[in-house]
Design a protein around this ligand. Structure first.
Ligand SMILES: [Zn+2]
Ligand SMILES: [Zn+2]
Length: 328
C-alpha cells in the first residue's frame, strides 16, 4: 500500500519561485511493522549479506550506562507487542504486568566481554524501492548498520556508530543465514522490524541555509502570516525516517556546510529520526492513515538523544570517503 504525504499547507514555489533552484528529492521511508525478508527493503530487517563476507563489528570505545542484554531487549519488544495486543482485547491487570516485566528482566544477564561487537541492521534500501540514492550506475542496494550503543568519541558523541555497505544485489551469492548479534545494547537504538512504503517528496534547505535575500523574504512572509513553523516544519522538510533531501530542522545548532576531508560538501544520505511525526508535525501523516491519531507516529521506536534526529551524510566524490554525522 502506498503512503502519500498530504498537500502542504503552503505552496512554497508559488510564493517563492526562486526556491525551485534549491529543490531536492527526499524519500520518506514510511516504515510500518512487518516481516521483511532479505530481498525486501526494511528497517531492522534481515540483510542480503554474502555468506563469505565477515559481519561488521565495532571496536570504538563505549559508554555502558544504557547497556542492557541484547537478548533481553528483543524479548522485551515481544512482550510489549503482546501486551498491546492483550490490552486491545480487554483490560490489563497492571500488577500482573509489572510482575511479568520483572520476571522477564531477571531471565537475562549479559555484559560486554570487550570483544569487537557485532553491529545490527538499521536499514536495507533497494534502489528499486528507494530512488535517488547515489551511484545507481554501480549499485542497487544500500545497507545501513549501526552499533547500538553510546560512543563517547564519535563525531556526534553518545550516539550509535554507523557502517554502510553499497552492493549490487545480483553479485551476492549464498546469503549469511545467521548473523552474529551483540551481547549488549541500548534499547533506544534497537529498531522494531518494519517494511517500507517509500514515497518521493521535494525538500528545500533550512531557512538559515538559503541565500540571504531569499531567507529574508521567507522570514518576512512567516512573520506576516503569523506562523513561525510555516517554512521549516510545515513545508520545507519532512519529519521521520528518510533518505537524501535536506534532512532535519536544525534545532540544536545553526546549519553549516558538512565538509568532507577531501573538501567536497557532503550531502544527506540517511536520516534516523525519533518517530515519524509529533504534535507539531501531524500534518505529515499520510492521507491513507487519516484518523489514526498516534497509531503510526512511531513504528520504529528508536530514540536519538532526547527525541532528536541523527543524520548520516555521504561524500559525492567517493563512497570510500567516511560519511559524517550531525544531530538536530
Ligand atoms: Zn560501538
Ligand atoms: Zn570526500
Amino acid at each position: 500500500m502506498t503512503r502519500t504525504t498530504p498537500p502542504r499547507p503552503y505552496d512554497l514555489l508559488a510564493l517563492f519561485p526562486e526556491l525551485a533552484a534549491h529543490a531536492r528529492p527526499a524519500v520518506r521511508l514510511h516504515p510500518r511493522h512487518g516481516e521483511p525478508g532479505v530481498h525486501d527493503s526494511s528497517i531492522g530487517g534481515p540483510l542480503l549479506w554474502p555468506a563469505e563476507e565477515p559481519w561488521p563489528t565495532c571496536s570504538l570505545e563505549h559508554e555502558d550506562l544504557n547497556d542492557e542484554p541484547y537478548a533481553y531487549v528483543l524479548a522485551w519488544h515481544d512482550y510489549l507487542d503482546d501486551r498491546d495486543r492483550r490490552q486491545k482485547e480487554g483490560g490489563l491487570d497492571w500488577d500482573v504486568e509489572r510482575r511479568r516485566a520483572d520476571e522477564l528482566e531477571a531471565r537475562f544477564t549479559a555484559e560486554d566481554d570487550g570483544a569487537p561487537a557485532p553491529l545490527i541492521p538499521l536499514a536495507q534500501l533497494y534502489y528499486r524501492d528507494v530512488p535517488h540514492l547515489p551511484w545507481a550506475d554501480r549499485y542497487d542496494l544500500l545497507q545501513v548498520l549501526w552499533c547500538p550503543r553510546d560512543h563517547p568519541e564519535t563525531e556526534t558523541p553518545f550516539n550509535p556508530a554507523f557502517q554502510l555497505r553499497w552492493r549490487s544485489a545480483e553479485q551476492v551469492g549464498p546469503v549469511l543465514a545467521d548473523p552474529p548479534v551483540p551481547l549488549v545494547c541500548s534499547e533506544n537504538y534497537v529498531p522494531r522490524q518494519c517494511v517500507l512504503h517509500p514515497e518521493t517528496i521535494t525538500e528545500y534547505p533550512d531557512a538559515l541555509d538559503l541565500p540571504a535575500d531569499l531567507a529574508a523574504a521567507i522570514r518576512a512572509w512567516t512573520e506576516r502570516i503569523g506562523d513561525s513553523t510555516a517554512y521549516n516544519w510545515d513545508t520545507a522538510k519532512a519529519p521521520g525516517l528518510k533518505t537524501t533531501g535536506y534532512g532535519g530542522v536544525w534545532g540544536i545548532i545553526d546549519p553549516y556546510p558538512i565538509l568532507c576531508e577531501c573538501g567536497e560538501r557532503q550531502l544527506p544520505l540517511f536520516t534516523a529520526a525519533t518517530g515519524e511525526f509529533d504534535g507539531g508535525t501531524t500534518s505529515w501523516r499520510p492521507v491513507e492513515e487519516a484518523g489514526t491519531e498516534w497509531e503510526f507516529a512511531d513504528p520504529v521506536k528508536i530514540v536519538i538523544g532526547r527525541g532528536y534526529t541523527l543524520q548520516l551524510y555521504y561524500c559525492p566524490a567517493s563512497e570510500d570517503h567516511p560519511g559524517r554525522t550531525e544531530m538536530f
